[in-house]
Design a protein around this ligand. Structure first.
Ligand SMILES: Cc1ncc(COP(=O)(O)O)c(C=O)c1O
Length: 425
């Protein structure tokens, strides 16, 4: 296959006819495939059925002396807090084990900043004329939706292979209206990058003009390698403290992609001073989270080592699926010079950059051929990818055979969209 960029117009026309025919043939198959959301596949969900039967008797409902069936313990049960502290490498006192979703905790943290202010706020953010927020992009669309729903002004920050472009960040935080930043430090959604130690240290040592600057550290994929052994990560809370920013960061994680999405255990970790402040507000909101679910999780996961062993089982399911995507892209698009893509070793996504100006068209063509992709632009603030180039691929949900069919469709659509553009130029 020859590079599309090196082709003459006649060659491009011929290639277009060929891809168009391939597209029509795929369309005629009446496919119904979905690579749009990072959901675990059925095989992964099957791994954790033991979670449902791990507590059978009244006697087993206790965490030490604590009866988990009753109200109380807003911070979560001690053994579950300890499990999270071990996984995140933070102190138990800094961890709250909570309900079923970390996104809910993130929303709630920002909501509290608006209604009551943070520990170091002069006033609640709802009283401010403007709140600006740093959004490393491409990033997690739901983060950006949370910011948008509170009326923040979203400021995109370019992502590099090492994390957010810190030169840009360090300039932007000199504006006191810039109140915070989203971060997914390990296997970032969607690029799969791991923030380098240098970037993490620069983040922890930032000196933002806003004294209530909020670093939202979403460690959603902290133990989610599907290729190779567990990669240790720095303790952001300890680092922020070391650099004189002890209350700047709140870290989040959950077992959504360890056990069951929507029925797992989320956690939040932050300085003890922040925790005390948040607990005071949270105490009006709930008497406590689902402690029986926390207990089930601790009994099932046991400890960090055993949890990492479970992640290896997830990896055995996920790796062939990611290989199918990356190999398919390489085979179909490799020589054409119209696309590049990430090669992640963990997390839930492959980030594909098609020819600039053709991502929306590619996704629309996929839909026509029966393949649902995440809407183009979603990984950017306000859903607007300035280059109209990025497409997030989520390989986890479909069985491998379906995935291969979906990648074939995606590649034909990317080629067709690229040829349309090149021929129109
Ligand atoms: C970066 C990131 N954070 C959070 C979530 C959602 O986590 P939870 O199920 O704990 O709300 C996801 C889900 O895809 C994610 O990709």
């Amino acid at each position: 296959m020859k590079s599309f960029l090196a082709m003459t117009t006649e060659e491009r026309q011929a290639a277009y006819q060929q891809e168009k025919a391939a597209f029509e043939a795929l369309k005629a198959k009446g496919l119904k495939l979905d690579m749009s959301r990072g959901k675990p596949g059925a095989e992964q969900l099957d791994l954790v059925i033991g979670l449902q039967t791990v507590i059978q008797t009244n006697e087993e409902c206790f965490d030490g002396d604590l009866d988990c069936r009753n109200y109380g313990n807003l911070m979560g049960i001690p053994s579950c807090r300890k499990l999270w502290a071990d996984i995140l490498g933070v102190k138990v006192e800094q961890v709250m084990a909570a309900g079923n979703a970390s996104l809910n905790l993130m929303y709630d943290t920002i909501s509290k900043a608006y209604t009551h202010g943070l520990l170091h706020s002069d006033k609640p953010w709802c009283k401010l004329e403007k709140v600006k927020w740093l959004c490393p992009a491409p990033g997690y669309d739901r983060h950006f939706f949370v910011s948008e729903t509170f009326g923040m002004e979203l400021i995109p920050v370019p992502m590099t292979d090492d994390g957010p472009d810190m030169d840009v960040v360090e300039t932007l935080i000199q504006d006191p209206q810039v109140k915070g930043m989203w971060c997914v430090p390990k296997y970032s959604n969607p690029t799969g990058c791991i923030y380098s130690d240098e970037v993490v240290n620069r983040i922890a040592s930032m000196k933002p003009a806003a004294k209530d600057f909020l670093l939202m550290w979403d460690n959603a994929y902290c133990i989610h390698e599907f290729d190779g052994d567990f990669v240790p990560f720095p303790d952001i809370i300890g680092l922020c403290e070391k650099y004189g920013n002890p209350d700047m960061v709140v870290e989040f994680a959950s077992t959504s992609k360890v056990t069951l999405p929507g029925a797992g255990v989320a956690c939040m970790a932050t300085s003890e001073a922040n925790m005390k402040y948040f607990m005071k507000l949270l105490g009006f909101q709930t008497i406590g989270y689902d402690k029986m679910n926390q207990l089930r999780h601790v009994r099932f996961l046991k400890d960090k080592e055993n949890t990492l062993a479970l992640m290896k089982k997830h990896a055995a399911v996920l790796k062939p699926k990611f290989d199918a995507v990356v190999n398919g892209l390489e085979r179909e698009l490799g020589p054409l010079e119209i696309a590049k893509w990430s090669h992640p070793k963990g997390g839930y996504f492959v980030s594909l950059d098609v020819l600039s100006g053709t991502a929306k068209r590619t996704v629309a063509l996929c839909k026509e051929a029966g393949v649902v992709m995440t809407p183009a632009g979603n990984p950017f603030p306000y859903g607007k990818d300035p280059a109209d180039s990025n497409i997030r691929i989520a390989p986890s949900l479909p069985p491998k055979a379906e995935l291969e069919a979906a990648v074939e469709v995606l590649c034909v659509c990317a080629k067709l969209a690229a040829l349309e553009k090149l021929l129109a130029e």
